[in-house]
Design a protein around this ligand. Structure first.
Ligand code: ATP
Ligand code: MG
Ligand code: MG
Length: 384
């Protein structure tokens, strides 16, 4: 059987691994964490740093195709792999997605609307920059931020220097804080011949910078749904992209769609596809990068996806009491097999399928919130 190489062994990679094995592939995972969720299930876990030449060499020599579930693979590793093997998506897509300055410049050049922003490279720029747009703003590190880490709110131009120092004086972007109506994401797959299939648009609610609930269908007009899908496809085409791509959007009070950021991989807001769509984002990733036919991605039911963070885990290392969850016929529990829970750490998620008649997923969302309150209450209230 053909071997799929996977850069990154997190929960996204775990589901890519499951899909690939289901479809008869062998999977080799490169990830430095010996307990990585995907490494546990892989045929071979190359437990090494992402710049380990011998591990990269083994992957390149054995894998029919190599893909990623993690965009922060060092550029030199991605470029080396692309020269010695088939890497999908290619190093350019990774380079664009791993640096907010490069990403925003690329998106602007592609004609995509963004929140007003400016690059802040050094302390002098932090001191001197006075945007021609209004505060409040958010200062974000250009690289390595996730789950809202590496961000500082800034209420006035005079606050930029302090925020820049707090973030460690690394290159940043200063971004206007958008008056959000809601947030949505489009996940799509693009195959080597440029054919695209989009998943239903998800509406995403964050708590403390971390995705809390995604609901599908998103509560946006049909025209906005079509526009979001068109923008995401345009971004994929501009990148000559192959694989699954996620595009996060802000929807402003005026109904305008602004791209927040892109992810060159399956996405947390697409976990609902595991149970509520005819094909999951993970199987579609496999299909796209292996040059197999993409599957139609038709919704099966309205759905709410609830992230389960480590805050819900008891301090003694046991599992939360999922009895109420498991008693729900329309709840699917997913746990990633991570050995240790930490606050904020993504340990699993629930997909709650809406009952018949729950056209806007409101009942599924209510059930999600009620189960979450129940779990958070038992965890001792910290999670609230
Ligand atoms: P991810 O885990 O999605 O990669 P991240 O750390 O890259 O997150 P962002 O997506 O930039 O961070 O921001 C996290 C969340 O913070 C957004 O989904 C949104 O809720 C809020 N946010 C970020 N930037 C803005 C903004 N300019 N205006 C309003 N809200 C924002
Ligand atoms: Mg991000
Ligand atoms: Mg984000």
């Amino acid at each position: 059987p053909a071997i799929l190489g996977l850069l990154g062994g997190g929960q996204l990679g775990r589901y890519v691994t499951i899909s690939a094995r289901t479809m008869g592939y062998r999977v080799w995972v490169l990830d430095p964490d010996p307990d990585s969720p995907a490494g546990q299930l892989a045929d071979r876990h190359l437990c090494a740093p992402f710049d380990d030449r011998s591990a990269l060499g083994e992957l390149a020599a054995n894998a029919a195709v190599i893909t990623c579930e993690f965009e922060n693979v060092p550029a030199a590793s991605a470029e080396w792999l692309a020269r010695h093997a088939l890497l999908r998506p290619d190093p350019r897509a990774l380079a664009v997605a791993q640096d907010r300055i490069v990403e925003k410049r690329f998106l602007e050049a592609a004609g995509v609307a963004l929140a007003p922003w400016l690059p802040i490279d050094d302390v002098d720029a932090a001191r001197a920059t006075v945007p021609d747009w209004e505060f409040p703003a958010i200062l974000k590190t250009a690289r390595l931020g996730y789950d809202g880490k590496g961000q500082q709110p800034v209420t006035a131009p005079g606050g930029v220097v302090r925020a820049f120092r707090q973030l460690g004086e690394v290159p940043c972007v200063l971004e206007q804080k958008v008056d959000l109506e809601r947030e949505v994401s489009v996940i799509l797959a693009r195959d080597p011949d440029g054919r695209c299939r989009s998943f239903p648009v998800a509406e995403n609610v964050h708590r403390g910078g971390v995705l809390h609930v995604s609901r599908v269908p998103a509560r946006i007009p049909e025209s906005a749904r079509a526009q979001a899908e068109a923008i995401a496809q345009h971004v994929a085409e501009a990148l000559e992209y192959c694989g699954v791509l996620a595009v996060e959007f802000f929807v402003t009070g005026a109904g305008e769609l602004l791209v927040n950021e892109i992810a060159p991989r399956p996405h947390n807001s697409g976990h609902y596809t595991l149970d509520a769509v005819t094909v999951s984002q993970f199987e579609q990733q496999l299909r796209a990068v292996c040059g197999l036919a993409l599957a139609p991605a038709e919704p099966i039911a309205p759905v709410a996806m609830l992230n389960l963070l480590g805050d819900l885990w008891p301090a003694d290392g046991s599992l939360p009491d999922f009895s109420r969850v498991l008693a729900q016929g329309r709840a699917r529990l997913h746990l990633y097999g991570k050995p240790a829970a930490r606050p904020g750490r993504k340990m699993g998620h629930l997909n709650l399928l809406g009952p018949p008649g729950d056209a806007d997923a409101a009942q599924a969302v209510r059930l999600a919130e009620s189960l979450w309150m129940d779990l958070a209450g038992r965890a001792g209230g910290d999670a609230r």
